[in-house]
Design a protein around this ligand. Structure first.
Ligand SMILES: [Zn+2]
Ligand SMILES: [Zn+2]
Length: 273
């Protein structure tokens, strides 16, 4: 993207702050349900979005990048380097959806990984600010395989940037409190669709793992998307809303899990939600 440095600067600013500010506006104009803007955990979720350790997952993912054989001659290696933007967009969407789906499923079914992903699911009230609530290890676990694909297939920085602006919107929109037509959730992750993933309802357990497009859930039979119903019971209201405690708590829970069951076989009552 050979654009003026000033335009590049404003696009980067928009990527960092645009969706973060615009989507809450849409939530106020067209809310799915009435809920307060200033809710418990809001400050912590803003800290999650802008804390400097947000770079940490990318450092970890850099390790994976080093593991990619950059000097080999695999048939698809650097295959994206000379491709037009639309082709890179489709490829990045596929990398993102496929890696996210399987990692996400694993974080729900493995009781140790669940303790880290549980931080994201602790939000008792969903809105666009809750998008960023993640444990750093969980975030790195999600990012690593996607970034490894980018490294191996040689997507250009411009292609990755354009896709990240799209994802910036989609992830905030998917968690937002915006009303919209039900059928759109057959294609993309809408607030209605992703709310079922966060719901405490037993019938929605381990469903709707998709990131931005929902085809992986349809392919692997993990869709739960009833028409005319919207869940309202989410997360764990008793979980800490403090950013630092949220980073620490999974280790406490892991320690207790290992002490209780040193052999590692999960008891039926301990299966993750
Ligand atoms: Zn999840
Ligand atoms: Zn979520």
């Amino acid at each position: 993207m050979h654009t003026d440095p000033l335009i590049q600067f404003w696009i980067a600013m928009f990527n960092d702050y645009g969706w973060f500010l615009l989507i809450p506006l849409l939530e106020q104009l067209r809310p799915a349900r009435k809920q307060p803007l200033f809710r418990p955990g809001l400050i912590s979720d803003i800290v999650h979005t802008y804390q400097p350790l947000a770079l940490h997952p990318f450092l970890l993912s850099g390790l994976v990048y080093l593991l990619v054989p950059v000097s080999g001659d695999g048939p698809w290696q650097n295959g994206l380097a000379g491709q037009p933007m639309w082709a890179q967009f489709i490829a990045l969407a596929l990398f993102s959806e496929i890696t996210f789906y399987f990692v996400h499923r694993l974080t729900h079914t493995n009781k140790y990984l669940w303790e880290f992903h549980r931080v994201h699911h602790s939000s008792a009230m969903l809105d666009s600010f809750s998008t960023s609530r993640f444990h750093l290890i969980d975030k790195a676990f999600f990012a690593a395989p996607y970034l490894a694909c980018i490294a191996y297939f040689g997507a250009t920085p411009e292609g990755v940037f354009v896709y990240s602006v799209f994802q910036g919107f989609m992830s905030r929109y998917g968690h937002s409190n915006i009303n919209g037509p039900w059928f759109t959730g057959r294609l993309i992750t809408t607030p209605h669709f992703h709310r079922w993933h966060h719901a405490n309802a037993p019938e929605a357990r381990n469903k709707n793992f998709s990131r931005d497009f929902v085809f992986m859930d349809y392919l692997f039979g993990t869709v739960y998307y009833p028409k005319g119903q919207v869940p309202s019971d989410f997360g764990e209201p008793s979980y800490s809303n403090n950013f630092f405690v949220q980073q620490w708590l999974p280790f406490v829970h892991l320690y207790r899990l290992i002490r209780k069951n040193p052999q590692g076989a999960p008891a039926a009552s301990e299966q993750p939600q």
